[in-house]
Ligand binder design. Sequence first.
Ligand code: ADP
Length: 175
Amino acid sequence: MEKKLGATILETVLGDITRERVDAIVNAANQSLLGGGGVDGAIHRAGGPAILEECRKLNGCETGDAKLTTGGRLPAKFVIHTVGPVYRDGKHGEPGMLARCYRRSLEVALENGVKTIAFPAISCGIYGYPIPEAAEIAMKTVAEVVRSNEGIERVRFVLFSEDVYRPFETALAKL
Ligand code: ADP
């Protein structure tokens, strides 16, 4: 599904983010930036060792922040590594931290001339965020940022399975 907001297209697709031909893909990393499972493992496997080499020099990343490396052997030019919150009960600042991941990733993208960007469902795997809530936060935050900034042409949410795709599609439809 896709929707136009001002000059930006937001879209949801089912797929593997490592195959995306966009300027930047976002990685749902951990604070060490030294590799992990899930989408992080897939990105490092597909992109090769150059990404990890660059990550070693970044001194980790705080929850809610985002840092950029090249894309190594990936079709994407850059990887923007962000660290989502581990979900406890939703009352420990998780919604704000998750929103900040999307906002900071887009800010880093804009600073680096990125026009097309793909996001995974940050925190929706190992970090356990309830998917419908995460999807609403993702869409609302991205919509806010693109409404007040020119430069991003396309934001694609690349969801790895149907059970994650559907809530993201619903959240996009509600915008
Ligand atoms: P987190 O630790 O932030 O929860 P995970 O990597 O465990 O990060 O999961 C985030 C989401 O990424 C999950 O929905 C998971 O299914 C999805 N995912 C895993 N591999 C890929 C991939 N290659 N492309 C896109 N999404 C992926």
